[in-house]
Design a protein around this ligand. Structure first.
Ligand SMILES: [Zn+2]
Length: 238
C-alpha cells in the first residue's frame, strides 16, 4: 500500500485541495468541511447523535446541513474508498483518498468546529489563516511529522466524531491565546506586508506569528501529526 501511495504522491498532493476548489462550483460542498459544534449548545458531543438519520430526526437534515457535516462526510467517503478498492478502480481510489484525506485534515483544525471560524464574532478576523496557513508556512519546515504506524479503525463514524470532539476542545485556547497576544503585542508590529507570489499583501507579521506559535506550545504541529496518522489509518482500514 505504501508503495502504491508513494508512487502517486504527486497526484494525491495535487488533489488534496480539490475539495476546497469544488466549493466555488458546488454550493453543497462548503458544509462538508466543518461542523459548527457550538450551535448545538453546551456539550454538543453529548447531544448530537452519530447516526445521520437519528441526528436528522432530532435536528432536521436542513439544520445539520447548515451547521456542517464533516463527520458524516468522512464516513461517506470512507465507504466510497472501500468500494473503490473492491472494484480495483485506481482512479477512484486516488480521488477518494485525496478527498477523504482533505475532510479528515479539516476536522483536525479547531476553527472548523465553531461558528466563530474566522474570529469574526470576537474581533479576531483572520485567525483562521493565521492558525492553518501562516504558522505552518513559517515554521512547518521544523515540525516533526513522523506519526507512527497506521492503525485499524473499527468504526469510521465514531472515529470521525472523536476527531471533531478533540478539535472542538481546542477552540477556546486557539481564540483566547490570540486575544491575549493581541492585547500585549505592539499594535504597529502586528501586521506586515508579506510577499505572496508576485504580490505584496498585508498579513500577520512574522514576529506576531512566532509569538502565537510559542503560546500554542506546538499545537499546530501536533494536530498536523494526528491528522497524518488519521488519514493514513483511514486509507489503511479502507
Ligand atoms: Zn476544506
Amino acid at each position: 500500500m505504501a508503495g502504491f501511495y508513494r508512487a502517486n504522491i504527486d497526484y494525491l498532493t495535487q488533489h488534496a485541495i480539490s475539495a476546497d476548489k469544488r466549493r466555488y462550483v458546488d454550493s453543497t460542498e462548503a458544509r462538508r468541511h466543518f461542523l459548527n459544534a457550538d450551535q448545538y449548545g453546551k456539550d454538543p458531543f453529548k447531544r448530537i447523535p452519530h447516526n445521520w438519520y437519528d441526528a436528522a430526526a432530532k435536528y432536521t437534515a436542513d439544520t445539520l446541513d447548515k451547521y456542517g457535516t464533516v463527520p458524516w462526510t468522512i464516513q461517506y467517503n470512507y465507504y466510497r474508498l472501500v468500494r473503490a478498492f473492491k472494484e480495483h478502480d485506481t482512479t477512484a481510489i486516488l480521488n477518494t483518498s485525496a478527498n477523504l484525506g482533505h475532510y479528515i485534515a479539516d476536522a483536525h483544525v479547531p476553527l472548523h468546529l465553531t461558528q466563530n471560524y474566522n474570529g469574526q464574532l470576537t474581533n479576531q478576523t483572520g485567525i483562521h489563516a493565521l492558525w492553518e496557513s501562516r504558522l505552518p508556512e513559517l515554521f512547518g519546515d521544523h515540525y516533526h511529522y513522523y506519526a507512527g504506524k497506521a492503525r485499524y479503525i473499527q468504526n469510521p463514524l465514531t472515529e470521525a466524531f472523536k476527531i471533531c470532539r478533540s478539535s472542538f476542545a481546542r477552540v477556546d485556547t486557539v481564540l483566547r491565546f490570540e486575544r491575549l497576544l493581541d492585547r500585549s503585542f505592539p499594535a504597529d508590529k502586528k501586521y506586515a506586508m508579506v510577499r505572496r507570489g508576485q504580490k505584496e499583501v498585508k498579513d500577520y507579521s512574522a514576529g506576531y506569528a512566532e509569538a502565537y506559535q510559542k503560546m500554542l506550545k506546538g499545537m499546530v504541529q501536533r494536530r498536523m501529526r494526528e491528522s497524518i496518522l488519521s488519514v493514513g489509518s483511514y486509507w489503511y482500514s479502507a
